[in-house]
Write a new protein. Structure first.
Length: 132
């Protein structure tokens, strides 16, 4: 139950995280003197609850009129991994069951699944000296 609520709260922030992605993307594109952003490679942990489709939807909306307009978001999903300190087992918990499959203890540590960042962007630059 607590997990479900947590996902809901995160969902509400998809608009603001997309704003953040766009900001980072445009910063890097301008630094690279890029004319157009083709692809934004994102790393999204399973635990964030972020849905790729809604991020792309907000991105399309927010990027209108910028260098990143019509850019494709390529999302690399990172599965959830937990670590049990009692028996040092690494395991993939499912959403309903967070107990260690080996010793039954509750997991202490999330190893991965909370990631959310822009890994890289692919851009296109206007050829040197070309007229617009
Ligand atoms: Zn264990």
């Amino acid at each position: 139950m607590r997990f479900a609520l947590c996902v809901l709260t995160l969902r509400m922030h998809e608009l603001s995280v997309t704003e953040e992605i766009l900001k980072i993307t445009l910063e890097h594109a301008r630094q690279a003197d890029a004319d157009r952003v083709l692809t934004v490679n994102l790393v999204v942990g399973e635990l964030t609850g972020f849905a790729g489709e809604s991020i792309q939807f907000y991105f399309d909306l927010l990027s209108k009129g910028t260098e990143a307009e019509k850019a494709l978001l390529s999302i690399k999903r990172v599965p959830t991994q937990a670590h049990c300190k009692a028996c040092r087992e690494d395991f993939s918990p499912d959403q309903m069951n967070w107990a260690c499959p080996r010793c039954g203890g509750l997991m202490d540590e999330v190893v991965s699944g909370k990631e959310f960042y822009v890994e890289s962007i692919e851009v296109e630059s206007r050829p040197e000296g070309a007229a617009e």
